[in-house]
Design a protein around this ligand. Structure first.
Ligand SMILES: Cc1cc2nc3c(=O)[nH]c(=O)nc-3n(C[C@H](O)[C@H](O)[C@H](O)COP(=O)(O)OP(=O)(O)OC[C@H]3O[C@@H](n4cnc5c(N)ncnc54)[C@H](O)[C@@H]3O)c2cc1C
Length: 295
């Protein structure tokens, strides 16, 4: 019944796993996976799942998720097909499934400053809004003017002030069933060459300092006030530490990478060890930035 319904409203699969859908390449099978083609289909699917009390999880590019090995019996909804964008005056309207690096490059090419801070963040616009993702002193809250949200069965627009943005947080953390459908981002003019040079330079720096060639979910811990998580991890001697195939990256100790058949259990055991040791030695509670799901 559920399978037939989902098949009518998007591309459907019953053989997907989180291993395929996350950048960390970990996680077990998924009972139902669907990719709606547009926001109307998304609305129909979500309203049905809520009515039938079937658990669901919306994902973008799966670049901030660590997922357990047990089968997820609900529905994973991928927003990758909501991937259109258009420039409207001094704003860009982008659907939730647009990849941030793609949009950043397209805007820079047209001489629009907006997302250059996010050109190396491998997530979708919806995921970046959810996380108030940021880098190089820029973050989504600087550029978001309005967000279209599927909330309580209806599509509504919320302006930036209503989104309660803070460090790697937004109102969506308190309302996990609200879905970011699209966003309007503010644009300012800046020479194309300057933007492209800036982005290329930052990408070079990322490649030098981060293990971009290994599966990861980016920074594992939020930076505490006044220091960096990687410094604390180094100070307890955990750079290069591993449990089975999961390693604290020798290149950047706040990145925990999967060298093969790593599992969420191994990943989390490293996290807990680091948290305990840092707390014991420095009295600082390291908080995960990566989100656990189904584990
Ligand atoms: C190599 C690497 C580098 C990274 N660098 C950075 C960085 O510099 N700065 C930074 O902030 N992050 C960074 N990240 C982390 C990650 O890319 C960001 O957190 C990003 O915002 C996640 O987007 P996503 O589409 O992949 O979200 P997902 O991982 O798919 O989802 C994350 C959470 O957002 C929710 N979500 C996703 N889409 C929606 C939606 N449309 N509506 C409501 N909820 C939604 C999901 O349910 C989930 O709870 C990095 C990750 C990697 C792998």
């Amino acid at each position: 019944m559920i399978k037939e319904f989902l098949q009518m409203h998007g591309e459907y699969h019953d053989d997907k796993s989180f291993k395929e859908l996350t950048t960390l390449k970990m996680g077990g099978p998924i009972a139902h996976f669907v990719m709606p083609e547009n926001k109307e289909e998304l609305k129909v699917i979500v309203n049905y799942l809520k009515h039938e009390r079937i658990p669901f999880k919306v994902i973008g590019n799966g670049s901030n998720l660590i997922c357990g090995e047990s089968k997820f019996q609900g529905v994973v909804i991928s927003l990758k097909r909501l991937s259109s964008y258009r420039i409207e005056g001094d704003e860009v309207y982008a659907e939730a499934g647009v990849m941030a690096p793609v949009l950043a490059a397209a805007l820079a090419k047209k001489g629009y400053s907006c997302l250059e801070f996010a050109s190396g963040i491998p997530g979708c616009i919806g995921g970046l809004v959810y996380m108030n993702a940021g880098a190089y002193k820029g973050q989504m809250s600087d550029v978001v003017s309005e967000v279209e949200v599927l909330k309580d069965g209806e599509l509504i627009w919320l302006n930036s002030d209503e989104l309660h943005f803070s460090y790697r947080r937004s109102i969506f953390h308190d309302h996990p069933r609200w879905i970011v459908v699209s966003a309007k981002l503010k644009l300012t003019k800046r020479p194309k060459e300057e933007l492209e040079e800036l982005m290329a330079d930052r990408l070079r720096r990322r490649k030098e300092t981060q293990p971009l060639d290994k599966p990861s979910a980016g920074s594992c811990f939020r930076n505490p006030e006044d220091t960096f998580a990687w410094k604390l991890i180094d100070a307890i001697g955990y750079r290069g530490y591993h449990i089975n195939d999961v390693y604290v990256s020798p290149k950047h100790s706040n990145f925990i990478v999967n060298e093969g058949n790593g599992t969420a259990e191994d990943y989390l055991n490293i996290v807990y060890e680091i948290q305990d040791k840092v707390k014991e030695k420095y009295g600082i509670k390291l908080v995960m930035e990566v989100e656990k799901f189904n584990c």
